[in-house]
Write a new protein. Structure first.
Length: 626
């Protein structure tokens, strides 16, 4: 069988499968799978306050144990040498929940790994924060994020309201908790001081633990802290939290932020069975998903809008008519979730910034550029069947233009958010979370949409500005760094396909340099695979094997550059077809989504379905007559 025939057969197979996975409401609901953090936090919360959820706790615990590596550690990705913070969080959750005792073999192996790796002292700040909330780590005498920040006006460079929406959402409850130094001792009384490596920290732990347990014993009712609420700063932080609770009860549709919110509300006097906390717990329970291995996992933020937009758009690229019922139902679902207003959180007023879309269906107030352009792709052809949807589409395009930064690029959530005075705050990954500068992947994908769907070229001033930004940010080796995917393969693919879509010639030096770099990064088997280690090292590091998703991105880039299928394209296409049938292989399950460098990676279960189909469809479109 000729390669083109194989491509066409594979396209049909993928289309059939993806169509069969569409839900009745028109959406696609694929898993958004991450490391142990959300599962561990949920287990601790359940065992502390919600014993009626014992079955879920057991299921989460069982999966945690199943995912432990042979050396006792938990990993973020396959070639990870071990992730200390994830291991501490998993160990703590298993111990506090009562699922395993300290002398159980998995716990002994985990303890040995933790101590070999430097103990709790070497954990990430977010892990120490989680431990402090549960009376297992001493709060610092001076919390590095002072509460008064929430009062600073937006014009001050390091104001709370200059941070990214992600940072504001997580830091608002953190400001309360750090200021009050609140802890909720676990009912089990479990102790993890044996995970410290220095006597200094063990002593601090025991002193803090003893003082706090005595305080709680004297005042079992958290409302005894009610007097703290007279503090205007705490009230302002509380108001920020309450105003940003989504319809499902979660804070901005993030599980991680919702955990912080629950502890913060407890700290200022809310009861565990209060309506707002009960609603938050229901929201967290709605994030439970059953993974391919049969276990249970708490998604940090379900990716339903993102996955639905990508699936619908890709099916249309593969040849499905926009009049097909699959596309029609997806479009109706997506249109129902378009945002109509956005709150200016510094002033408390509503901005009529209409037209964007968020990442998950419960997100109603935090539109982002990447989801907006993805949804607009899915709707472009649909508007020719439903003229009444054209206005929504136009508003979406206008939203993209409004979100363009003054430097010409696009960021995910914020406009003109820059790294300024970040060294004032001694917090790990602060730059990666608190600010949201222009990113090559978001800029490239937005340009690709504007070129292929709005038919704009480099003659348009907005496009010119975006192109200039990308060309100025190309690495010396020819690559671009991608913020929301792993990592240089993702950024380079997005940048090149975006530049080509708006009319940059394949002979342009930047395009040629990028294509040459890509071929140099090719794995010995003819595919591509990049390690999650790249985003910490800020340089390309190869994965130990090719992955389906990375190979699809790389191949799509080469197709965008070459008018005829060169040898490398043909070989990679054949490999992709073969690998796509190995659904349980590491090539399929390696995480290719990025959240927080070194600490948070995502295995999108949609990606091994969507990106290969898109790439094969582009192959067929371009090389059908070759």
């Amino acid at each position: 069988m000729e390669l083109l025939e194989k491509v066409q057969a594979e396209i049909n197979r993928y289309m059939t499968r993806i169509q069969s996975e569409q839900q009745e409401d028109g959406s696609w609901r694929y898993d958004f799978e991450t490391g142990p953090m959300t599962d561990a936090s949920m287990m601790i919360l359940i065992s502390s306050l919600y014993p009626e959820e014992q079955e879920l706790l057991s299921q989460l615990a069982h999966r945690l144990v199943q995912n432990q590596a042979d050396g006792g550690e938990w990993k973020q990705y396959d070639d990870d040498d071990g992730h200390l913070s994830s291991t501490i969080e998993a160990y703590t959750a298993l111990l506090l929940s009562g699922y395993l005792e300290r002398d159980a073999p998995p716990m002994i192996r985990a303890k040995d790994y933790i101590l070999r790796s430097g103990g709790i002292e070497k954990a990430h700040v977010s892990t120490k924060f989680m431990l402090a909330l549960n009376d297992l780590y001493p709060w610092p005498a001076y919390y590095p994020m002072p509460l008064f920040l929430i009062h600073l006006p937006k014009w001050i460079p390091f104001s709370f309201y200059r941070w990214s929406s992600y940072a504001r959402t997580h830091f608002a409850p953190s400001l309360i908790l750090g200021h009050l130094k609140f802890s909720l001792p676990h009912p089990s009384g479990a102790d993890i001081s044996h995970l410290y490596t220095t006597s200094k920290y063990k002593k601090l732990h025991h002193q803090s633990h003893g003082r706090r347990r005595s305080a709680i014993k004297r005042n079992r009712n958290p409302s005894g802290l009610q007097g703290k609420r007279s503090n205007h700063s705490i009230q302002k932080a509380e108001s920020f939290i309450l105003e940003n609770i989504e319809g499902d009860g979660t804070l901005y549709s993030y599980a991680s932020a919702t955990f912080f919110m629950i502890y913060a509300l407890l700290a200022i006097g809310y009861q565990p069975d209060s309506p707002v906390i009960s609603h938050a717990m229901k929201g967290l329970l709605s994030f439970v998903t059953k993974t391919d291995d049969g276990g249970m996992h708490i998604q940090n933020s379900p990716s339903t809008v993102w996955d639905t937009a990508l699936a619908s758009y890709t099916l249309q690229e593969a040849g499905l008519s926009a009049g097909d019922d699959t596309v029609q139902r997806a479009a109706a679902y997506l249109l129902s979730l378009q945002h109509t207003e956005k709150k200016d959180q510094a002033e408390g007023s509503l901005l009529r910034m209409t037209g964007g879309w968020g990442f998950s269906e419960s997100n109603k107030a935090n539109p982002d550029v990447d989801d907006t352009q993805a949804v607009l792709r899915a709707l472009t052809r649909y508007t020719s069947y439903h003229a009444d949807s054209l206005e929504s589409w136009r508003k979406g395009v206008q939203h993209l233009f409004r979100r363009q930064n003054d430097d010409g690029g696009w960021a995910a959530f914020e406009r003109n958010s820059t790294f300024f005075m970040t060294r004032l705050f001694a917090v790990e990954n602060f730059e990666d979370t608190a600010f949201d500068p222009s990113a090559a992947d978001v800029t490239g994908r937005t340009l690709e949409f504007l070129g292929s769907h709005v038919k704009l070229t480099t003659n348009h001033p907005r496009v010119q500005a975006g192109v200039r930004w990308l060309l100025d940010r190309q690495q010396r080796d020819g690559s671009w760094y991608g913020r929301w995917g792993v990592s240089y393969l993702y950024g380079t693919w997005a940048a090149v396909t975006g530049l080509r879509a708006v009319g940059l010639s394949s002979k342009h030096p930047a395009i040629q340099q990028a294509a040459d770099w890509l071929l140099r990064m090719r794995q010995p088997d003819g595919g591509w695979g990049e390690s999650c280690k790249s985003d910490v090292a800020k340089t390309y590091i190869a994965a130990p094997y090719s992955t389906v998703v990375h190979t699809a991105w790389a191949l799509d880039l080469l197709i965008a550059v070459h008018d005829t299928p060169v040898k490398e394209i043909k070989e990679a296409t054949s490999l992709l077809i073969d690998w796509n049938r190995e659904e349980a292989s590491k090539r399929v399950t390696y995480p290719t989504g990025a959240g927080l460098p070194g600490h948070f990676y995502i295995q999108y279960h949609s990606y091994p379905r969507i990106w290969p189909l898109l790439t094969l469809s582009h192959y067929e479109q371009k090389y059908k007559g070759c």
